[in-house]
Design a binder for this molecule. Structure first.
Ligand code: GLA
Length: 369
């Protein structure tokens, strides 16, 4: 085999936000948008990377010369290639031609889609025999080392392991996962895209991780065996962190502890087809993300307020890392057009911006095209 074309998708997350790096649960699914990579072996040792959508190419003259590039897009690819070099020997160089229809900056994991397409594709083309779980961690490491975001595992995991018409309940403590069919019974998932991505998104993300770690340190003074917020309870938080002296850390930890519990209960709601109860939990998550975790922004809050109280929207919240991107909404499909028009109007009036929406379909993870 000399050439291969593969595709890896972006993702949504129904509930369980900012819980993955706290060893908690998430409930994501892969979606119809994805990154498609064609990878072709070369006769020499060079690497030619092409971003078809940007009409830009980077040539790296040898596998020995892989380093951070000034071309931002190329770093997602180089980051993954570097992970392979650490584990395996490439017999030749290769060309990668990449295109993606995952909206960028929308919180749909366009970067994980790229990383996973490259990881999956290189592994197949060169028959390295690395399993999907290890590829997932390699893709995550690429994001840490070459994009500078200390992300959790949810996005790359979902892009690799997604399953058509199924959501995945992933336990990030031990990477055990369960698929279950998403029976929406007259409802559909609609994303409203704020069209903004505030500049502080990645730095604030890394700050949230640090704040959670600070919380763990307080807890460990009394409970040295606890290593993540997954093992904490509200009672433990109240014993160990003073809201008066450490309000920010307390609020961050409170949100995470509540969200981990809420995600497990929400998964149960879905299994029992109790979409209403599920939707209410989404609104609670938004409240926590906005007030306690402080990763929302005015545009996202406007979109949640716009649908709250609308009987045709049974759940909504901001989705992903925050500071822009999309809200995820569970909408009565007989009335989705009205809901969309109303949200568009309110958003336009409040921000002067037009609102994009995506109707989600749930698809398979990384695969051959
Ligand atoms: C980003 C990260 C994920 C996760 C979410 C928040 O998408 O890449 O690992 O932490 O934010 O839930």
């Amino acid at each position: 085999m000399q050439s291969i074309t593969v595709k890896a998708p972006g993702r949504i997350n129904l509930i369980g936000e900012h819980t993955d790096y706290n060893n908690g649960f998430v409930l994501p699914a892969a979606i119809q948008f994805g990154a498609t990579a064609t990878i072709t072996k070369r006769a020499d040792d060079e690497i030619h990377l092409t971003a078809v959508d940007l009409e830009d190419t980077l040539i790296i003259d040898s596998l020995a010369n892989l380093r951070v590039s000034e071309k931002q897009w190329a770093n997602y690819l180089i980051g993954v290639i570097v992970q392979f070099v650490k584990k395996r020997k490439f017999p030749t160089g290769f060309d990668i031609s990449l295109t993606s229809d995952v909206p960028i900056g929308a919180g749909l994991s366009s970067s994980a889609a790229i990383e996973c397409s490259i990881a999956f594709g290189l592994n197949e083309l060169f028959e390295f025999g690395i399993d999907k779980m290890e590829l997932t961690f390699m893709a995550q490491k690429a994001e840490h080392d070459f994009a500078g975001v200390q992300c959790g595992i949810m996005d790359q995991f979902t892009s690799m392991f997604g399953k058509k018409d199924h959501v995945i309940l992933l336990d990030c403590q031990n990477m055990e996962y369960q698929y279950f069919p998403l029976n929406m019974k007259g409802y559909q998932i609609i994303l409203f895209d704020t069209g903004v991505k505030h500049a502080l998104a990645s730095s604030e993300y890394n700050t949230r991780r640090k704040e959670c770690e600070e919380g763990i340190q307080f807890i460990q003074e009394k409970y040295p065996k606890i290593i993540s917020l997954r093992e904490a309870t509200m009672q433990i938080l109240n014993e160990c962190i003073s809201p008066a002296n450490h309000a920010v850390v307390y609020n961050r930890c409170k949100y995470v502890v509540e969200e981990i519990e809420r995600t497990q209960a929400a998964a149960q709601d879905l299994k029992l087809n109790n979409i209403k109860a599920f939707g209410e939990k989404m609104f609670s998550t938004h409240e926590g993300l906005s007030k306690l975790y402080e990763v929302s922004c005015p545009e996202l809050d406007i979109l949640i307020d716009a649908v709250k109280g609308n009987e045709n929207v049974i759940g909504a919240r901001m989705m992903g890392g925050g500071f822009g991107g999309c809200t995820i909404n569970i909408v009565n499909q007989n009335h989705s057009q009205d809901v969309i028009e109303q949200a568009e109007k309110i958003y336009q009036l409040a921000t002067g911006k037009s609102l994009t929406h995506y109707i989600v379909s749930i698809e398979d993870g990384a695969d051959f095209v």
